[in-house]
Structure formats: C-alpha cells, structure tokens
Write a protein that binds this ligand. Structure first.
Ligand code: ADP
Ligand code: MG
Length: 504
C-alpha cells in the first residue's frame, strides 16, 4: 500500500424529522474488459457494429457449442486485480447463473460465484483537502455480458441484438465502505482512472462500458463504527440496490433520493425491504424492480463445459512486472519531483496521456512553470478548440518545453510567451526560431530600456511630479515603457530603472 498521509472524510449526515442518519454505500462496478474478442468465443467486441454481426455460434447458444476461454480476458482481469493491490487467486472456476431472457440465448450467464479470480484489494478515493477514503474491494470476477433487447424501434415488435452477448465483464465488488454520494462518484471515477491506466477497460460510461449497481442503506450515528469493529452486518440498515447506473451525476442523485426514501419509511415506523430498484432520472426517484421475495433463484452450479481456471504464479508475476506506474504513485512522484501542488498533480495525472505529456515538458524545465503552462494555457486552449484531447494537440511537448525555456532564460516575457504560444499553436514551428525571425526577443539591454524610460519621463513632467509624491504611481511608467517596447522589455529591469530614475 502507498504511504500517503490523509484523513478520513466525514460521512454524509442526513437530518431526518426525528434525528440524524448516516449513509452506507457499497458498489458493484461492471467494467467491460478491453479485448478484441469475447470471453468464450472469437467474435469481435467492436462497439457500434451492425446488429447481430458479432455473434459466434456459442454466443447464440447453439446446441452442442463449447465455450473456450480467451486468455486475453483472463490476463486483463489479473492485471486489474494487481492494479487494485488485490490478491490473485491461482484457482478460480466458472458457474452458470440460470435465468430466461430473450437477449440471453444460452439461458444462463457464465460467471464466477464461488471462486472469483481476484480476491481482496483496495482503492484510495481522494476527496481533496487532504481527505481520502481507503475503500476495500471484496472481489473481482469474470462474467459474460447479456445481449440487448430493443423495445422502442417498432410499436408492435421487440428486437434482440446479440453483439454484446458473451462480451467479458469484470464485476468489481466493493465493501460497504463508501459514506456519501460524492465519495461514491469519486470511487467510480478512481476505478475508471486506474482501469484506463492499466488499459483493461476503456471506461466509456456513455457506451455502458462501465456501469455500477449502487447499494444504499442508512444507519444511526455510531452504528457504522460498530460494524467496522466487528464486520457484523446486523449493525447496518437493510440495503437496496440501484441497478445499472452509468453517470456520475445520476449516481449521486439516486443515492440521495434513495436514502431519503428509506429514512421516511424508518421514521414512520416501517422497515426497508431489501430489493432491487431502478433510478428514474426524469422523475428523480427510484422504483422497485423486484423484491427479495421475487428475486431470481439463479440455481448457480459449476459450469460443466469449463474446467476450473488454474493459472501459474510466474504468469501473474510477468503481468505484474509489466504494470505501468499507477495514478497514486505517479501523483506522489509528481509532487516530490516537480514540487507540484496536490491539486496540480491530480489534474496532470487524471489521464496517463496528460501525465506523459507533462513529464516531457517538465524535464529540464521548472516543474511548476511547466504545470501552469500545461494546465492553464494548453488545456485551456484545447478546450476552446472544440474540446480537443491532448493527443490532438497541435503543440507537441518539445515545442511547449521550448517556449518555457525561452521564458526561463529571460529571452521572452510571460506576455510575449502567450503570443508565441498562439503562433506555435496555429502555425507550428520552432519557438526559438520564431522568436528570432519575428524580433520577439525581450530587451534586457539596460541602455535601451534606460533611454525608453528617459523619453517617457521627459514627455510627462506632470506624471513625474505625482509619482515622486506617491511611489505607487510608478507602475504607470512601467506600463508606458512596456507599451513603447511592444512588451519586449524585461519587466524586472524596467521596474528597477523606473524606480531609480524617479528617485533621482
Ligand atoms: P449479495 O450476495 O446479495 O449480492 P453482497 O454481500 O455481495 O450481497 O453485497 C453486494 C454489495 O452490497 C456489496 O458491494 C456490498 O458492499 C454492499 N452492501 C452489503 N451490505 C450493505 C449495506 N448494509 N449497505 C450498503 N451496502 C451494502
Ligand atoms: Mg453480490
């Protein structure tokens, strides 16, 4: 585990009519494994393909077909487990989860109920201001996704698209360690970030490649501490599970309405039924999907078509040796190596690509200055330019590093640097050549600055009198000199010379 100093955030407290309540949340995140083929067939996983074009016989549940495990999916699950500091189970096994649904032609989903491939891990969820929660991961298992039923294309018919049937999912199950809506969203965000760093899931929530079932319960202050001390769930309230959330904003809204619904029931003397609910964003309410009594009896049993999955420690070690530097470690290194603030380091490490870009710019340059330029100028400019990503940036790291080193050497002022940045952004080219060719170099020659100052002083005797009486007015002269030199005079030198002349 990383040794980062942090304080636990306070749990979200909701004031009910009869007293305070605290939130307890556990999440089950389904992440689509980034691979080109499905979990047990060679069919493609490409998003947006013609309906029913990515379907092998085994995905379509044809009789007599046998599933064959895709090694790539297994290594991605192991990689994910290692990235979450989790225990890797060298022995795991697949089970059938039986139910009928038109988009599930096999009549069962192959999952891992009893022996998941990944055991206990952890995720550090930072909430800013030095606050963070270490959320425990209970397990990660591999399972098949179902297909898609389409009910809104025709008034009289429903359609089925099996392209997604059999695509590999990792179900990442947290312990009920999350204590508020913002934390829940931050947890999903942190998982997404780590998975993207690892390259094991693209984290595209809009496409449903990452979605979360959110379990919510409420308890009285003090009860959660009892649960923590004993791990006895009876200290916690009954939970409801809100299915299939794929937006950070809706996750937060759903948690709050669900908690308030439960509090109203409890304060009214009732009890919460453990059930699966759906969130309706238009009405901002959760609705019962099925109660525990109606819950499916999935009749799980070990899948007879598949042998248990046994992997070698040496294979796991090879995957481990190949892990990239992960967000927490990278952020800590950026703070210590480049003297960045916590906030800047978070922004720069949000995506691995941004971090790599920054590092190229910062190497050999002042880290803080590089961070400012990447965050404020470059990200700001890309945002204005159709919200471009860093990979589409017309300014490459070497060019930006060039601009920054011109500032540090004193060749150009910060103001001219912004003009130069715009030129490089729109026209391209080598920054120092542009500065030479267009005469943008800062005037540090004190003689030249001195004569510019003398000229302004001679032309403005009234201002000179005022400035002598009130030194704060010296700024006006500095501004005039900067203007007269087209912003190219070294501001520090101008300030000094103006002060000296006014004191004469
Ligand atoms: P099941 O076997 O019914 O799916 P699990 O024990 O696997 O139940 O828990 C499913 C999810 O619900 C986990 O993420 C867990 O952290 C969460 N959870 C369990 N109890 C509570 C509770 N009282 N409040 C909130 N979340 C809970
Ligand atoms: Mg479960």
């Amino acid at each position: 585990m990383l040794d980062l100093a942090y304080e636990n955030p306070k749990p979200k407290v909701i004031a009910g009519a009869k007293g305070d309540w605290e939130l307890v949340i556990g999440l089950e995140v389904h992440a689509q494994v980034a691979t080109s083929a499905k979990l047990f067939s060679g069919a493609s996983t490409k998003f947006g393909a013609e309906p029913n074009s990515n379907v092998a016989f085994v995905d379509a549940g044809m009789p007599g077909m046998l599933p064959v495990i895709n090694e790539g999916c297994v290594s991605q699950a192991v990689r994910t487990g290692l990235g979450l500091n989790a225990e890797i189970n060298l022995f795991s096994a697949f089970d059938r989860k039986n139910y009928f649904y038109p988009d599930l032609p096999q009549g069962y989903q192959i999952s891992q109920l009893y022996h998941p491939i990944v055991g206990e891990g952890e995720v550090l969820v930072e909430m800013g201001n030095g606050q963070a929660r270490l959320v425990r991961i209970e397990r990660i298992h591999l399972e098949q996704d179902a297909g898609k039923s389409i009910h809104d294309m025709d008034p009289n018919m429903s359609f089925v698209d099996l392209n997604r049937t059999g695509v590999a999912l990792m179900e990442i199950v947290s312990r009920p360690d999350v204590r508020g809506p913002e934390e829940a969203a931050a947890f999903v965000g942190k998982l997404r970030q780590i998975l993207r760093y690892l390259g094991t899931c693209d984290g595209n929530m809009q496409n449903g490649n990452m979605r979360a079932d959110v379990n919510v319960s409420v308890c009285k202050p003090g009860d959660y501490e009892k649960y923590q001390a004993t791990q006895d769930f009876s200290h916690l309230g009954t939970r409801c599970e809100i299915k299939n959330m794929n937006s950070m904003r809706f996750i937060q809204a759903a948690i709050m309405v669900e908690a308030n619904r439960q509090i109203a029931i409890l304060e009214d003397g009732g009890s919460v039924d453990q059930e699966t609910r759906l969130y309706d964003a238009d009405k901002n309410e959760t609705r019962s999907m099925r109660s525990k009594e109606e819950a499916h009896d999935y009749r799980y049993f070990p899948c007879p078509d598949l042998l248990p999955l046994e992997i070698e420690q040496s294979w796991v070690d090879d995957i481990k040796a190949d892990l990239p530097e992960l967000p927490d470690a990278k952020k800590a290194r950026f703070i210590s190596d480049f003297k960045l603030s916590d906030y800047d380091a978070s922004v720069l490490t949000a995506e691995a690509e941004n971090a790599a870009y920054f590092e190229e710019v910062a190497n050999g340059n002042d880290g803080k200055l590089a961070a400012n330029w990447v965050i404020n100028e470059l990200f700001g400019r890309l945002k204005k330019d159709d919200d471009k990503g860093i990979s589409e940036s017309p300014v490459n790291p070497a060019q930006l590093a060039g601009i920054i080193s011109l500032i540090t050497k004193g060749d150009i002022s910060g103001k001219i640097a912004k003009d130069l940045f715009e030129i490089v952004y729109t026209e391209g080219g080598d920054p120092s050549e542009i500065v030479e060719a267009r005469g943008m170099k800062q005037v540090t020659d004190t003689g030249a600055i001195e004569s510019a100052v003398d000229k302004i002083i001679a032309e403005n005797p009234a201002q000179v009198e005022k400035a002598k009486a009130n030194l704060k007015l010296a700024g006006w002269f500095v501004g005039q000199v900067m203007k007269a030199t087209g912003g190219k005079a070294n501001p520090k030198a101008v300030n000094e010379i103006v002060a000296k002349k006014l004191a004469e």
